[in-house]
Design a protein around this ligand. Structure first.
Ligand SMILES: Nc1ncnc2c1ncn2[C@@H]1O[C@H](COP(=O)(O)OP(=O)(O)OP(=O)(O)O)[C@@H](O)[C@H]1O
Ligand SMILES: [Mg+2]
Length: 223
């Protein structure tokens, strides 16, 4: 359970987030929506312990984490979180398979292109046959799906996804929404920053970061 109370974030003298209250229960999905520059990525980074808030409370399972030590937040990232990054966060000259298994260091690199779990994760995003392709040889949308496959492969408790469908066609957007949001074999809490209102509508809750629209519900979301 992630809880924030009266959260402020000021960057370079500009107030990006102001007085935000939000509870994200285990197994729930929340979409952060709002215009470009409204603070979606910034809030995602605060909730995932990448950025420290300027003021306010942030707890995960009751533990205060506004100012976590580096060790503490590294443990959270390693053990409990998976990320889908806006710029995909892939290693360009490595294979799709290797990029998928990066979140599981015990796996040996030379096994990346034959490992059944890696192949299964790529299969779910429709890229099984590209397992041995260097990421640099994939299209933007294919790279985005490798990033999704990596998060699915990690099977983490928390998934933080920044514009996970931005480069995809309609069919793949729907596929990725379903993969991210379907309940897996464990409760998965998903926080997604997105302009994709179809994806947002599939989430349990929508938080609109447009300055006048804080905490809007689904029916208030701009069309
Ligand atoms: N490191 C930084 N230094 C200065 N300003 C920043 C920094 N990071 C974010 N900002 C500012 O914070 C605001 C919110 O940025 P953010 O990236 O969270 O927006 P966003 O809603 O994710 O936008 P987009 O839809 O374009 O991804 C922007 O005005 C941005 O310029
Ligand atoms: Mg963003």
């Amino acid at each position: 359970m992630i809880s924030v109370r009266n959260l402020d974030l000021v960057i370079a003298g500009r107030r990006i987030i102001s007085g935000l209250d939000l509870d994200i229960a285990d197994g729930r999905s929340v979409a952060l929506i709002g215009a470009s520059g409204s603070g979606k990525t910034t809030l995602l980074n605060v909730l995932s312990l990448i950025l420290r808030p300027t003021a306010g409370d942030l707890t995960i399972d009751g533990e205060r984490l506004e100012r976590p030590s580096d060790r503490r937040r590294q443990r959270f990232w390693r053990e409990r979180a998976a990320f889908v990054l806006q710029n995909y966060g892939l290693i360009d000259d490595e294979t799709a398979g290797y990029n998928v298994m990066l979140s599981d260091p015990p796996l040996r690199k030379h096994r990346a292109t034959t490992n059944p779990a890696v192949l299964d994760a790529l299969d779910r995003v429709g890229l099984r046959e590209r397992v041995a392709s260097p990421v640099a040889q994939l299209s933007g949308g294919e790279q985005q799906r490798v990033g999704i496959a990596r998060a699915l492969f990690k099977n983490a408790e928390y998934v933080f996804a920044d514009e996970p469908t931005a480069s995809l066609d309609a069919e793949n957007r729907a596929r990725v929404a379903e993969l991210l949001l379907q309940p897996g074999d464990r409760a998965r809490t998903v926080v997604v920053a997105t302009h994709d209102l179809e994806l947002a509508r599939r989430c349990d809750e929508i938080v609109d970061l447009t300055p006048s629209g804080a905490n809007a519900t689904e029916s208030d979301a701009p069309a």
